[in-house]
Design a protein. Structure first.
Length: 264
């Protein structure tokens, strides 16, 4: 499947910022089933490209002149092929155990551990983790604007509401609580007729004998050709498309617009 993608991130500040530094994980990963046909990042500062510890294509942008806005626009198209049975055997550079340790966003408190114990009794097949995704979506209804990027898996379960990021964090927390490595994926998805955002997050779980299996928790399905992978990490913070800090700027407002069009 070919996806045409446009992603605009625009910050505005009430007073000039004197210095900003941002890391942009806005370039699709280089993977056997995913081929970038063309890709462009338009940003106000010079971009320094590198590959981070998780194999994500990353750019650092630094602005040292006073500025009251930052606008970053990415456009391009990607060809995405099928992964047999939803499993990815290609990524073997990092041990799965790297993704077995809880982070602050995916720490499992007692309610999360109890939830995992009830809903993840078997851990041998993709179907076991799809059943966990069903349970998570039943427990945490999709509702945009109810959580923050710093919201935890435990908070989402307590609230009973959240977005794809919260679903992914709770899935990862349950897997790790059960001793199964799991990791966070940020990217894009063809939303089809759904009202959910084209900017998306899902999770991958390590199944012995199969490798990494991608589970779109929010859509209760294995990630397929309609999913474009930008970055992987231990949680949102290590796979965020845009993350940075600034000096000055006063109050900040953020606008994000994403469009994904699919062509067979």
């Amino acid at each position: 499947m070919r996806l045409s993608i446009r992603h605009e991130t625009a910050y505005r500040y009430t007073t000039p910022a004197h210095y900003s530094i941002q890391q942009l994980r806005l370039t699709p990963r280089i993977e056997p089933h995913q081929r970038v046909l063309n890709w462009r990042i338009d940003a106000p500062g010079r971009l320094q490209r590198f590959t981070d510890a998780y194999g994500n294509v990353t750019h650092t942008m630094v602005l040292t002149a006073p500025h009251d806005a930052i606008r970053v626009v990415v456009t391009g198209s990607v060809d995405i092929g099928a992964i047999a049975s939803g499993a990815d055997h290609a990524d073997r550079e990092l041990s799965p155990l790297v993704f077995a340790v809880a982070t602050p966003l995916t720490a499992a408190d007692e309610p999360v551990r109890e939830f995992a114990g009830r809903n993840l009794r078997k851990k041998d097949r993709a179907a076991d983790f799809l059943a966990l995704a069903e349970s998570i979506c039943s427990a945490v209804a999709y509702e945009s604007g109810i959580t923050e990027v710093t919201s935890t898996a435990a908070h989402a379960l307590e609230m009973g509401r959240g977005v794809c990021q919260d679903h992914a964090h709770l899935f990862i927390a349950c897997c790790r609580a059960a001793g199964v490595p799991a990791r966070y994926v940020s990217g894009y998805v063809d939303p089809g007729h759904s009202d959910q955002a084209a900017s998306h997050a899902w999770a991958e779980v390590w199944i012995e004998g199969e490798g990494w299996v991608s589970v779109d928790v929010t859509h209760r399905e294995l990630a397929r050709e309609q999913h474009c992978r930008l970055a992987i990490g231990r949680d949102y913070l290590s796979a965020a498309p845009v993350r940075g800090v600034r000096t000055g700027g006063g109050e900040e407002s953020l606008r994000v617009q994403v469009s994904v069009l699919a062509n067979q």
